[in-house]
Design a protein around this ligand. Structure first.
Ligand code: ADP
Length: 506
């Protein structure tokens, strides 16, 4: 039954309810506004003004009609003429519209995606008096949806399997990569247990990792085995990370599986090649060893004959013959040094460079080495500075002499414009330290590290510097076998100093 109110009471009641409506609209987190029957704004709340970015004037025929936004666009970004928007159509067609999407542009140029609901308003007599529109900002949720879509397409374009699972092991997501690696389609595996692809012997391993992740500990990736749909074993690298909810609680685990089958095959192939290479290298060393050994015997015989001839020519006064024979002897000496070096390389390669150590005075070894070099090389003066008179070392004398002679011959060979080599000997109490310094061509800094490598020779060496690139390789091995060390300090164009450190402790 309708209650008829006094006109005065009726006006008060209308004013009261309008006040309540405005209050209510002011509290609402959505934009609310009304228009008159011509579409001019008659009311809007703060949220509406905020979303439009402006405060339009009310009941003003010079203001924009149907909506406070400066411009309107369709969801696809095309401009929407104001007279065609849903709010205008409500005025012309007197129709409601529900959940329509639009884009509003405010004075500040900010675009907002909004969802609008519009109703026409009729008075008690049924006459059309305007419209009411409620709208809310969906920009963020649209962006979140876009981000999600982008993420999903990244996940699906990955060749790795990206899988998520709940803490009880139920598979909750499965990308295209997972379908390709494991052979299960998404709809076959979602909701199944992760045990479907985990061989039982690896279940504990996975459980312990999951435990660590839940405790917030970091977990390294894991090379392991999983099963495909046909039960075949697949070599995979697994990387785990926690999935957390908005309250930072771990609610699941995401797992990235990289298929290592190709890599494993390449690794196996590489192993085979390595093995073959090792065998070839061994054969080469054996060959060098054998060839040098074979060459040594005829060389020794030739040297013997030459020495006999030299003696005979001296005795018979054939000085010319004597000089030739001596020259031949020098070259035979060089040849047998080369052969000895090659023989040593093959011994080093095969781990057969044996030592025969005993106690010697270091200065004796150095003096003998220097004398031996002086006898053949007259171009340089070799100076010896020693702080270790009487210092004894437990070494293979022949081998240490060989090492020192190598360094001295190099110092002379690689300093053609100098005339001095300086040998120093000192001790730090625990080691004997011998250095050989020259004033020669030096070594380029980018190649210093390589000079102890077998057959290495500095790039761009003048052809006058003959050699096989094995002297330092053998020298380093000799020093290493004595538990010592060898290194070089060098400046290109100024010279080099080689240091040898040998422990005094037997
Ligand atoms: P090589 O028979 O070539 O001298 P080594 O093994 O004795 O072989 O030396 C390796 C390379 O190191 C040499 O070819 C040379 O380029 C460089 N080298 C060695 N000693 C010196 C030095 N005292 N000064 C400059 N370069 C040197």
């Amino acid at each position: 039954m309708r209650t008829i109110l006094e006109p005065e009471r009726y006006r008060e009641a209308v004013e009261e309810s309008e006040k309540k409506f405005r209050h209510l609209a002011g509290l609402m987190p959505v934009g609310v506004y009304s228009t008159n029957e011509k579409g001019y704004l008659t009311f809007y709340n703060d949220r509406a003004a905020e979303l439009w970015g402006r405060h339009p004037r009310l009941n003003d025929p010079t203001e924009l009609r149907y909506c406070g936004a400066l411009r309107l666009y369709n969801p696809d970004g095309t401009l929407l003429p104001r007279s065609e928007c849903f709010m205008a159509r409500t005025i012309t067609e007197k129709k409601s519209f529900r959940n329509k999407e639009l884009i509003f542009e405010g004075t500040n140029g900010i675009l907002r995606e909004v969802m609008v609901n519009i109703d026409p308003v009729f008075n008690d007599e049924g006459r059309f008096t305007g419209s009411i529109t409620v709208f809310h900002d969906i920009t963020r949720s649209r962006q979140a949806e876009d981000d999600l879509r982008r993420l999903a397409s990244i996940i699906d374009s990955s060749q790795d399997a990206i899988i998520s699972r709940s803490l009880d092991g139920t598979i909750t997501s499965w990308n295209v990569g997972a379908e390709q690696i494991f052979g299960f389609e998404k709809n076959e595996i979602l909701g199944e247990s992760i045990a479907t692809i985990t061989p039982s012997i690896y279940e504990d391993e996975e459980l312990s990792l999951i435990g660590k992740i839940c405790r917030g500990e970091s977990v390294d990736s894991l090379d392991t085995i999983r099963l495909d749909k046909n039960g075949n074993q697949i070599h995979v690298t697994l990387t785990f990370s926690p999935i957390k909810d908005s309250r930072n609680r771990v609610v699941g685990i995401s797992m990235i599986a990289r298929d290592n089958r190709d890599q494993m095959q390449i690794r196996r192939q590489l192993q085979v090649y390595n093995e073959q290479l090792k065998q070839l290298s061994q054969q080469k060393s054996q060959f060098i060893g054998m060839a040098s050994h074979e060459l040594k015997t005829p060389l020794t015989v030739i040297r013997g004959h030459l020495e006999w001839m030299a003696l005979e020519s001296q005795t018979n006064g054939h000085l010319h013959n004597n000089a030739s024979v001596n020259k031949a002897l020098i070259h035979i000496e060089k040849l047998s040094d080369l052969v000895s070096n090659l023989l040593d390389v093959s011994k080093v390669d095969q781990g057969m460079l044996n030592l025969n150590p005993s106690t010697y005075r270091l200065s004796d070894i150095l003096l003998e080495s220097i004398d031996s070099v002086r006898s053949t090389e007259a171009t340089h003066e070799i100076l010896l500075e020693t702080d270790c008179d009487g210092l004894e070392v437990f070494v293979d004398k022949q081998r240490i002499e060989q090492a020192v002679i190598n360094l001295l011959l190099n110092a002379i060979k690689y300093s053609p414009d100098a005339d001095q080599v300086l040998v120093r000997c000192a001790t730090d109490g625990k080691n004997a330290i011998v250095s050989v310094k020259d004033y020669g061509i030096g070594i380029p800094p980018d190649q210093v590290d390589k000079i102890f490598v077998r057959f290495f020779r500095v790039e761009g060496l003048a052809p006058t510097f003959s050699g096989l690139g094995v002297g330092l390789y053998i020298t380093k091995e000799i020093i290493n076998r004595h538990k010592g060390s060898i290194w070089v300090e060098s400046t290109e164009g100024e010279g080099s100093t080689f240091y040898v450190k040998i422990p005094l402790d037997r």
